[in-house]
Design a protein around this ligand. Structure first.
Ligand code: NAD
Length: 249
């Protein structure tokens, strides 16, 4: 219960990692509002949080839309009065040769992975300023750090996730005297259903690139999120943490 009584918002809470992040934050004492565009995922999120005895708030919203996002955060503020923690987790990739990508596909990558972070953070920061502080943890990817070499044919995703890294640093500076820390985790390949379609050859080739020869676990990433939210992490801001078994070295 290291975060007892905190109010947290997790985006993409219905997804593979978001559900785990929400449940681990709840186990540490947070009530968690989950934002997601997918209703079935939100149900799973709510059940996972309530299992811990904490309160869950399911908010269905497309966070690429600024108005929808502002309404969603208003709903959280009306229900809970304030927000202490924001985990910008929603996102997703696309494999496409760069010269074959349409303008709409490019915009989709930027909207889902970067504009969503702008929309939600912009809506949440006033609540944190009112509270005298807060913790923001952004989920980028090793794709942002070593994208060209490690994550091939994903230029839209790579560019957007690199934008999340830049935004993290800019916001860390901008809110440093307001008690708001802004940090970022750049995960490597995770043990999530997104990898279930790998052929044995693809899996072997992937693991051969990773120094630990293992995939990462969302539960371990969640522990890093908790760490960034602890009172003792008040002096940690603007950190980009690669959690990837050494893949990005
Ligand atoms: N899984 C991995 O190996 C891995 C590695 C590095 C980084 N990441 C990043 O971690 C995050 C979570 O990944 P995941 O594997 O859990 O993905 P996922 O697809 O399981 O979950 C993503 C969630 O975001 C939601 N979402 C997408 N667009 C949305 C929108 N416009 N509005 C609201 N919700 C929206 C989806 O409905 C989904 O529930 C993503 O940002 C991803 O890029 C994942």
């Amino acid at each position: 219960m290291r975060l007892a009584g905190r109010k947290a918002v997790v985006t993409g809470a219905g997804g593979a990692m978001g559900k785990v992040f929400a449940q681990v934050l709840a186990k540490e004492g947070c009530d968690v509002a989950g934002l997601d565009v997918a209703a079935d995922g939100l149900e799973r999120f709510g059940a996972a949080v309530r299992e811990t005895g904490r309160a869950a708030l399911e908010v269905k919203a497309d966070i690429t839309d600024l108005d929808a996002t502002e309404n969603a955060i208003e709903e959280v503020r009306a229900a809970w009065g304030g927000i202490d923690i924001l985990v910008n987790n929603a996102g997703g990739g696309m494999v496409r040769r760069f010269h074959e990508m349409t303008a709409a596909e490019w915009r989709q990558m930027v909207d889902v992975n970067l504009t969503s972070v702008f929309n939600v953070t912009r809506a949440v920061v006033p609540a944190m300023l009112e509270r005298g502080g807060g913790r923001i943890v952004n989920i980028s990817s090793i794709a942002a750090l070593r994208g060209g070499r490690l994550v091939r044919h994903a230029s839209g995703y790579v560019a957007a996730k690199a934008g999340v890294v830049g935004l993290t640093k800019a916001l860390a500076i901008e809110y440093a005297t307001d008690g708001i820390t802004v940090n970022c985790i750049a995960p490597g390949a995770q043990r999530t259903p997104g990898r279930d379609g790998d052929t044995p050859e693809q899996r072997e080739a992937l693991l051969a690139q990773i120094p630990t020869r293992t995939l990462g676990s969302p539960e371990d990433l969640a522990e890093s999120i908790v760490f960034f939210c602890l009172p003792s992490a008040a002096y940690l801001t603007g950190v980009i943490l690669p959690q990837d078994g050494g893949h990005s070295i």
